[in-house]
Design a protein around this ligand. Structure first.
Ligand code: UD1
Length: 422
């Protein structure tokens, strides 16, 4: 039974909204708890379905997990299991983050290959190559990555062809327990990586170069449990910032860190928004129709690929023409056809899109294909004349806790409905 969102466009969003912990961080922190036996507590945990999937995975690996309001406590056994099954990995790609910790801690792991998804092919070759450089044996067999290092991992100089977030995380969480020193050059610099480094340091790891593209990890013999607060979700915060700019609204985003969103907020300013910092976050106000903004997605500190759908939606109704270039995931323009159903004027050529802003979009049924595309379509629905139905809204729920409630609080006309109810 599927659900959808019914949006009646036209409201100007105004008020305050709070941002909880980052999905892209908390799942990785949870996987990294496997590195130390005992009870680790993680706070600022968002209320999203993927956290439950990670709990299922950790439970299958022998952990005891307690989830309370905004926190999880994970009790890791001395001898955790070593297999992440396909049924969970296919539901949530972050499952692959157990690979590094398991190989490092117990010397073996079998993790299902997640396959491609709606935003494009997402390789794991850097993960495997890196583990082999650290002395593991690793190969693909029957749809699984089978890795082993019965005598432990050995520090090495690693270089990533592309600053992949997932590969940096898996190699970092493997290297913390390796013998000797590991360097990861061309490492990802996303705030999520810094958060993971701080978490690992809290467990007793020795890591230098946080936030830079050269991480140096001095392996230690063992790690211990810790207590950590997840960093705020910059993509959720950024989504609200775009919602304010598109609806000519005024939103104070409490808990959002403007410093993690420098480029997106600069782009919104050039679109005409007024961005100011507040005591616990920042505020975005817009008084006129936005100007078009040219954007190229790139690894952090470049423009995040996860906010690209919001940029497309904003440009759809902006004054002028924009070029948007997607450099991270080749499939991320798939949802453009849905925006076109709302009346957007977009031409895609390879990984470039040209958008000629129109005065007004018109509501229609559209399909969410992934979390961020879904959120981008909701923003477009907010500024469309009439009713927009965003089908398969479960995608959006994976990344945006209490999205409908927050939208309503800010003045939007949105309801969630079961498709067989109507
Ligand atoms: C990416 C984003 C991250 C975002 C997340 C969820 C970047 C750099 N990363 O992280 O910010 O939160 O999606 O949408 O924007 N690749 C390989 N081989 C590998 C690993 C990666 O070829 O072994 C390629 C991928 O196919 C992709 C690119 O590198 O084109 C980035 O991948 P990666 O950063 O690993 O993706 P995520 O960790 O999912």
């Amino acid at each position: 039974m599927s659900e959808r969102l019914r949006i009646v466009g036209g409201a100007r969003l105004h008020g305050e909204v709070s941002v909880s912990g980052a999905k892209n961080s908390v799942l990785k922190l949870m996987a990294a708890t496997l590195l130390a036996p005992g009870k680790t507590r993680i706070g600022n945990v968002p209320d999203i379905a993927d956290v439950s999937i990670m709990i299922d995975l950790l439970t299958r690996l022998g952990c005891t997990v307690e989830r309370g309001s905004g926190f999880v406590e994970i009790d890791v056994p001395k001898e955790p299991g070593h297999r992440a099954d396909y049924d969970l990995v296919r539901k949530m790609r972050a499952s692959i983050n157990v690979l590094g910790p398991l190989v490092a801690r117990i010397g073996r792991a079998e993790v299902a290959l997640p396959g491609g998804d709606a935003i494009g092919s997402r390789g794991l070759d850097f993960h495997i190559k890196g583990l082999i450089s650290l002395g593991a044996e690793a190969h693909n067999e029957h749809g699984y990555i089978i890795a082993s290092a019965p005598d432990g991992l050995i520090g090495a100089e690693l270089f990533l062809d592309f600053p992949s977030v997932g590969a940096t995380e898996n190699l970092l969480t493997a290297a913390v327990l390796a013998k000797g020193t590991t360097t990861i050059d061309n490492a990802a610099r996303e705030p999520d990586i810094v958060d993971l480094c701080q978490f690992l340091i809290g467990m007793g790891a020795k890591i230098e170069g946080l936030g830079t593209s050269l991480l140096t990890i001095h392996g230690v013999d063992e790690l211990h449990p810790t207590d950590h607060e997840t960093l705020p979700d910059r993509i959720v915060a950024g989504t609200w910032a775009f919602a304010a700019a598109m609806t000519k609204g005024d939103i104070t985003i409490t808990g959002g860190r403007a410093s993690d969103l420098e480029l997106p907020l600069e782009k919104l300013t050039s679109a005409g928004a007024i961005v100011t910092s507040t005591e616990n976050g920042f505020r975005v106000r817009m008084d006129s129709r936005p100007h078009s903004i040219d954007v190229s997605t790139l690894p952090y500190p470049g423009f995040p690929t996860d906010l690209q759908p919001m940029v497309m939606s904003l440009n759809s109704i902006a004054d002028g023409t924009a070029i948007v270039t997607e450099n991270v995931f080749e499939g991320r323009f798939m949802f453009v056809n849905e925006l076109v159903r709302l009346g957007a004027n977009i031409n895609v050529d390879g990984h470039h899109a040209a958008i000629l802003g129109v005065e007004q979009l018109s509501g229609a049924p559209v399909q969410a294909t992934d979390i961020r595309a879904g959120a981008g379509l909701v923003l477009a629905g907010l500024v469309s004349e009439g009713t927009t139905l965003v089908e398969d809204s479960f995608h959006i729920d994976r990344g945006y806790p209490h999205f409908v409630e927050d939208l309503c609080k800010l003045g939007a006309d949105v309801i969630r409905e079961r498709v067989d109810d109507v």
